[in-house]
Each structure stands twice: as C-alpha cells, then as structure tokens.
Design a protein around this ligand. Structure first.
Ligand code: FNR
Length: 368
C-alpha cells in the first residue's frame, strides 16, 4: 500500500482535490470498487450534477455573532450536521481502516456510522470515538445473526441503528467487474466472520438468480417491524427516495430516515437523492431526516439543510481522505466541510441550522 502522508499539502483545499489526489494512493481494483456506481452509472451521475441546480437566497445584516452549527438528531445534540456515512471495507485503503476514521470522528466531534461490512469489528471501532456512534445494519439472511449483530451493537455502546434497505441485491459495478470483481482475500467483513456462512440457495434450471435466489431472503416490512420491536435502540432507515415509503416507514415506528440512493451504487435508474429531499420532508413533518449521495462541499451541506435535511452524510470523500493521510486526512476533510458550511451560513445570514431551513431555494428558475 502506498505510504500515507503525515501532513496535509496545500493542494488539498476541497473535497474535489481529495478525490483527484487519492487515486495515486489506492490500488486500481479498490479504486474501481470505491468510485463505481451500479449499472450504467446514471444514478451516480445524477448525484454529481444535482447540487449545481440549486441556489439559495441570502439575507444581509443578520446577527450571526453567536452562530452555531449545533443540531439535535433524535436524542443527541451534535456539534455540527456532517456525518460519516457507513462505508464498508476501509482496510482496502488503510491498514488501520475504520480505527483511523473513528479517530477522525473523535477529533472533529463528528457522528460516525459504522458499517456491518466494516473491516474492523464494531466493538473495536467504537472505542476510538468517544462521541456519538451509530451502527449500520444489513439484515442477514439468517434472523439469528441479525439479532446477534443488534445485541452486539447495543452492548458495545452504539446509540442508534441505521438499517440500509435500498440494496436487496448486491451488484458489483461494471468498473469492478472489468477488474475481475472480488475483494482481496485479506479484506473481510470483520463483524461477520464468526458466523456460519448461510447455505447457498438452490436454484432450479429455469429459476432466476435474483427472484428465487437473493430475493427469497430479502427483508420485508415484517422484518423491519420485528427489528423495531426487538431493538432497544432507535431505528433509522437508509435508502429512502419515495415519499410514500417515508410515510409508511414512520408509521411503522422508525425514528428517522436517510434520503439516499446509496451514492449511486444501488438502483441505477434512481434520481439524485437531493432531488427527492424536499418532497420527503414535506411528507414527514418534523421527523429526523438525513440525506447523502453527492455532498461534496459545505455549500452542498447548506443546500441540503435548506431543502429540509437535519444533517448530511459523506461517503466516498472519507475513503479518499483516509487513503491519503489516515485519521489526519479524514479530520481535515471534515474540517474543510465544516468551515465552508460556517462561511455559507455567515454569507447567507443564518446563525443556526434552523434558520437555514427558512432560506428560499431555487431550482432552475423556480422556487422549490
Ligand atoms: C458505501 N455505502 C454503504 N452504505 C451502507 O449502508 N453500508 C455499507 O456498507 C456501505 N458501503 C459503502 C462502500 C463504499 C466504498 C461506498 C462508496 C459507499 C454507501 C454510503 O453509506 C453512502 O450512502 C454513499 O457513499 C453516499 O454517497 P457519496 O457521498 O459517496 O456520494
């Protein structure tokens, strides 16, 4: 693995700089896995293009001397609304992997969401971030394993579960398929290694790998209701784009929603998540709503909050920063975002996150 930097060079002044600089630190197959989107990558492209369509109207001479980025998510007050999204297999880019990311969360007072597919066990990751930690759950084909993951997350101190529902079928991106698929043998999902592998599903000659294979074990609303009853922790659902889903999920008792298209890695025909946010917010009243997929600057964070999010999550940029300079890189990347958000707030005349929510937003020539 390429040597990581122990300082931040001046060239790294934005998340786009991080992305460009990171490629030389990452093995080409891992780069394909990280950067890729599903299918024809239109959902990924939608995310990249979407934020530029929005503009926010500033107000002059507003008192911001006591400004703050503090925000309440469920029962926790966070110093700022920039969250580290769950990202699998961070050992692909750094030997200390999620441990370094957790250290960066700790240094910057950021909420970190640890993936089911992390390359370091959750019990260890959490010891490196004294702040707020949530656990991202993928339902396992075997309910006992899901139950055990939840019990471990509760026992080790995670304060919420974020269950990801938008990827019932795992797809490798075409970029990764061209590199021969698969992850290196030494990169494993450390949270899952002690469980027996599920029996492979027998598929008849004329049966479908998708319907009779994976989807027979895919989660349903009944599984989600079971989880909400079983878990002592609040459950937040990740991967919502449709306001009807958002309404039904809240009716089931979820504590929050992440508007996301999984960074363009799930349904390839999906719209950009940011384009779905306002409609979801309108439908769910004051429920907790996060958004991710394509957030690349503090101005994007500002736009997301103005469109109704309580907080945003950052995916790929944390991997870029981790590859370049470990915890130092991730902390610097988060600080860049936070500084830009504060500048945006001062320029727009917003002293609080709540005030951002009242800022008029245009898309094209019309108000959102
Ligand atoms: C992800 N994402 C993800 N989501 C999740 O719920 N569980 C996971 O294990 C992973 N793993 C993962 C790996 C990699 C390499 C990437 C890039 C993404 C999706 C992630 O949480 C988030 O939704 C997107 O990354 C957000 O989009 P951006 O910020 O990457 O554009």
């Amino acid at each position: 693995m390429t040597q990581h930097l122990t300082h931040i060079p001046p060239e790294l002044a934005s998340l786009a700089d991080y992305e460009q600089f990171a490629e030389q630190f990452i093995d080409p197959a891992a780069w394909a896995y990280i950067q890729g989107g599903s299918g024809d990558e239109r959902a990924l492209q939608n995310n990249c293009n979407a934020f530029a369509k929005y503009q926010c109207l500033p107000s002059l001479l507003r008192p911001c001397g006591e400004g703050t980025t503090e925000v309440r998510l469920i029962d926790t007050v966070l110093r700022h609304p920039i969250v580290l999204a769950p990202v699998a297999y961070q050992k692909l880019v750094h030997d200390l992997a999620e441990i370094e990311t957790a250290r960066a969360a700790d240094a910057t007072d950021s909420l970190m969401v640890s993936s089911t597919l992390a390359s370091v066990p959750m019990e260890e990751v959490i010891t490196h971030n004294k702040g707020t930690n949530w656990f991202q759950l993928y339902f396992q084909p075997d309910r006992d394993i899901t139950q055990d993951l939840v019990a471990r997350a509760e026992a080790s101190g995670f304060s919420a579960l974020m269950v990801t529902l938008d990827a019932p079928v795992q797809t490798f991106s075409r970029r990764l398929m061209r590199k021969g698929c698969g992850l290196p043998a030494d990169i494993t999902a450390a949270n899952l290694i002690n469980y027996a592998q599920p029996e492979p599903v027998e598929i008849g000659r004329y049966e479908s790998r998708v319907f009779q294979g994976v989807m027979r074990k895919a989660p349903t609303f009944a599984d989600l209701e079971w989880l909400i009853n079983y878990s002592k922790l609040p459950v937040i659902v990740k991967g919502v784009l449709n306001p009807n889903d958002a309404e039904r999920l809240l009716g089931c008792g979820v504590s929050g929603i992440v508007v996301s298209n999984h960074g363009g890695r799930a349904f390839a025909a999906a719209p950009a998540a940011i384009d779905c946010l306002a409609a979801v917010r309108e439908r769910v009243g004051d429920a907790c709503v996060l958004v991710d997929s394509g957030v690349r600057s503090g101005y994007d964070v500002f736009k997301a909050l103005a469109l109704g999010a309580d907080a945003v999550m950052i995916g790929r940029p944390q991997v870029h920063a981790l590859a370049i300079a470990g915890a130092l890189g991730v902390a610097h990347m988060l600080q860049l975002l936070r500084d830009e958000l504060e500048v945006a707030m001062a320029m727009a005349g917003c002293a609080t996150i709540d005030e951002i929510k009242r800022v008029p937003v245009w898309k094209g020539d019309d108000y959102v």
